[in-house]
Design a protein around this ligand. Structure first.
Ligand code: GRF
Length: 202
């Protein structure tokens, strides 16, 4: 068999993932490291809505192209479908992405978009519940546990089918900051592996 054919066969089975992120990108970094050299999937694109976000440097360090997106085209145009198709993206991972996903992308990637939420959904989810706001609300309510939820993305905020949850205890002296650290640890331990399980079913 020629090397060209071998190369083609390898690429055909490789799932191409885009990570959407708005912030520091520590989850994106873990996912990039996890899939480096994988025969299942590769991270082909980082999509970011914020100039200067940490995730942009993480992508540059790994030589992964970055697409910076703007509100108008994302919400009222083609939602950058053209670029996603051009990069042959067939799975989308939201890793700290703060914009709602528009209909166009939901329809074109049905059951192929997953999100990580820093709480045990259905509690502490929905519009406005993101980042430190989630941890502030959980500490203020005096909860004794929190955790992470990985779920499919549909038309509504934090609403799609749940794929995976993991819990952590909240001690009386925990603050929103220390809780955020515990949550990040859970995310870093589990997200990439759960993504791998999802893509292996496609
Ligand atoms: C994570 O806690 C994620 O659950 C939330 O935003 C945070 C992103 O962190 N939606 P990072 O940018 O991956 O470090």
């Amino acid at each position: 068999m020629s090397t060209d054919i071998l190369h083609e066969q390898k690429n055909r089975s490789l799932l191409q993932i885009a990570i959407f992120a708005s912030g520091a990108g520590s989850n994106a970094k873990k996912i990039i490291e996890y899939f480096r050299g994988s025969k299942e999937a590769s991270i082909n694109l980082i999509v970011c809505n914020r100039q200067g976000a940490g995730v942009i440097q993480i992508a540059a360090d790994s030589q992964i192209p970055v697409l910076i997106i703007e509100k108008e085209r994302f919400f009222n145009g083609d939602s950058y479908l053209q670029e996603l198709q051009h990069s042959s993206i067939n799975f989308i991972v939201l890793a700290g992405f703060l914009w709602k996903i528009p209909e166009t992308l939901i329809q074109n990637f049905r059951n192929k978009i997953i999100n990580i939420h820093p709480a045990l959904l259905p509690k502490y989810g929905g519009k406005g519940m993101y980042g430190s706001k989630v941890h502030d609300a959980i500490i203020a309510a005096g909860e004794t546990e929190s955790g992470i939820t990985i779920h499919y993305v549909d038309e509504h905020y934090d609403n799609g089918d749940i794929i995976f949850q993991a819990k952590c205890n909240i001690e009386p002296n925990d603050t929103a900051e220390t809780l955020a650290e515990k949550i990040h640890q859970l995310e870093h331990e589990n997200f990439a592996r759960v993504i791998e399980e999802c893509v292996s079913k496609i």
